[in-house]
Design a protein around this ligand. Structure first.
Ligand code: GLU
Length: 279
């Protein structure tokens, strides 16, 4: 009896150790891809330099972060300015960049297919995602919230029940989180945030849920909608690269540190997030 208790506790400690080890860093240990052989398509710095441009996956439908202006064809936002700074750091030219549209659902597959070098697209760093990709340091801190039509009886997370219907984007943390916070709630999932917002406007749900910063961008597009309640999760954004691509992670982190120390980060923040309605 004694022996089996001891054995059990050894097993539990080992299990905790493995969980902690895989979860927190996702480097070498455990369930990640082997790392070897995966450096081809994502490319290290040399491959990017040889190509002469950086391929970056960004959102095209997310005001403030990555929004394509249909008339000019230009894509603009916080994530775009950060991407340009990385291109400048690696290639010496902020315009040596090709943006490709990703959605919350397509960004990891597109990265791991080698279609893009990195994802700069409102992407939260999570333990689950660290099993599939590597992340830079945090470059933006958001929190999940709710967008409703002005005058809605929903005033925050507490107003939602299992009979509520909320709208979200496939592949986002927001969908997963809301199902955990409000068990039994109905979530309608769309391919992107524009479709989800259109569905909210068409009265297909009680609220749209995702990061507050994204919702402020939507509220800025239509004064009939507002963000309600306090943020109820932490969504630290990171830039994702293929697993094992530590050279590119370093280049990104060096860029972020530079932007913070020379004041550029604050300017970019002010330019985009400073524009958001009062928070
Ligand atoms: N930051 C959240 C996520 O990474 C929500 C925003 C998004 O869908 O990109 O899933």
């Amino acid at each position: 009896m004694k022996k089996s208790w001891k054995w059990l506790s050894v097993m539990m400690v080992a299990a905790l150790f493995i969980l902690a080890g895989c979860g927190s860093n996702g480097n070498n240990a455990g369930s990640g891809n082997s790392g070897s052989g995966s450096e081809s398509s994502g490319g290290g710095i040399a491959a990017i330099k040889e190509r002469g441009k950086l391929l970056v996956g960004v959102k095209y439908d997310t005001k403030l972060f990555g929004l394509k202006d249909p008339s000019s064809g230009q894509v603009e936002g916080f994530d775009i300015d950060i991407s340009k700074a990385i291109a400048k750091h690696i290639l010496g030219d902020e315009n040596a960049i090709e943006l490709k549209e990703v959605t919350s659902k397509t960004r990891i597959p597109m990265l791991n297919n080698g279609e893009i070098d990195m994802v700069v697209a409102t992407m939260t760093i999570t333990e689950e995602r660290k099993k599939e990709v590597d992340f830079s340091d945090v470059y933006f801190q958001a929190g999940q919230s709710l967008l409703v039509k002005k005058g809605s009886p929903i005033t925050g997370l507490e107003s939602l029940t299992k009979d509520s219907k909320v709208l979200g984007s496939k592949g986002s943390t927001s969908v997963k989180n809301i199902k955990e916070k409000v068990p039994g709630i109905t979530v309608l999932e769309f391919d992107n945030y524009q479709d989800a917002f259109n569905a909210l406007k068409a009265g297909k749900g009680d609220a749209l849920t995702t990061d507050d910063a994204i919702l402020y961008g939507m509220a800025a597009q239509d004064a009939g909608y507002e963000v309600v309640g306090k943020p109820f999760t932490d969504e630290p954004y990171g830039i994702a690269v293929q697993k094992g691509n530590s050279e590119v992670v370093k280049a990104i982190n060096d860029t972020l540190a530079e932007l913070k120390s020379n004041g550029e980060y604050d300017k970019i923040y002010e330019k985009w997030i400073g524009k958001a309605p009062a928070q």
